[in-house]
Design a protein around this ligand. Structure first.
Ligand code: SF4
Ligand code: SF4
Length: 227
């Protein structure tokens, strides 16, 4: 069973907190990306929504329209959606963003719900393909508790509505462990109580405490705009 438009309306209402009330992260990455926040640039990320979510958005705003692929890579990405419950969309751009009408993906970015090796939902991990591009990924300590609380609550709500959602993120979490295992590195997770852990993929995904000071070492990885 997929989530209905009404379910998405409940998610939108329960997930409004910004990542940070202090930092405008778009002002950190946009100047290095031609003035456009990286996650609002279809050159970096094509918004994908469930058809039921798009149906809701169309009742609320004129901000979204179907995405038209412009490059071979984009065409291939869109072709992969054929026959699925999802579709690719495009908004009018960051300068016309209507905060209340952002998609769930917009609200969640750059995070996905992280499941540990025992398939327990424990917290938030980042989309690793945006490392070096997204300032937040390199500044995890700025993520505020209301965002974490709402992110977790709304994803748990979605997992009750659609078992496929859980399956997708269990698999995505395992994929992240494989990627980092190959790198021979650890990765951070923001736990549901807003503490931090390192995941050690080479030790079966074991999690150990991470300090703010250790996480600050991630700042050096924000390379957007550098040679
Ligand atoms: S979430 Fe990341 S990519 Fe999006 S605006 Fe903030 S820093 Fe930029
Ligand atoms: S709706 Fe807003 S946050 Fe989402 S991609 Fe468009 S400009 Fe960015």
């Amino acid at each position: 069973m997929t989530a209905s438009a009404r379910d998405y309306a409940a998610v939108y209402s329960g997930f409004q907190a910004p990542i940070s009330k202090i930092y405008n992260c778009g002002a950190k990455c946009a100047p290095l990306n031609g003035g456009v926040p990286v996650c609002c640039d279809t050159g970096h990320a094509i918004p994908i929504v469930e058809k039921s979510e798009y149906a809701l958005l169309k009742t609320r705003t004129q901000m979204w329209k179907p995405f038209v692929a412009r490059t071979p890579d984009q065409k291939s990405e869109i072709a992969d959606l054929k026959g699925s419950e999802s579709c690719a969309v495009e908004c009018r751009g960051a300068e016309f963003c209507e905060r209340d009408n952002r998609s769930l993906a917009c609200r969640s970015f750059p995070f996905f719900p992280y499941f540990d090796a025992e398939k327990n939902l424990v917290g938030l991990a980042h989309y690793w393909s945006f490392e070096g591009l997204c300032w937040v990924i390199h500044n995890l300590t700025i993520v505020e508790k209301p965002f974490v609380d709402q992110f977790m609550a709304m994803h748990e709500f979605m997992f009750k509505k659609d078992e496929d959602w859980r399956t997708t993120y269990v698999a995505h979490s395992a994929a992240m462990r494989r990627v980092y295992s190959r790198r021979g590195d650890k990765f951070p997770v923001i736990m549901r109580d807003s503490t931090y852990r390192w995941v050690l993929p080479q030790l079966g995904g074991k999690m150990v405490p991470a300090t703010k000071k250790e996480l600050q070492s991630l700042r050096a990885g924000f390379t957007l705009g550098q040679d």
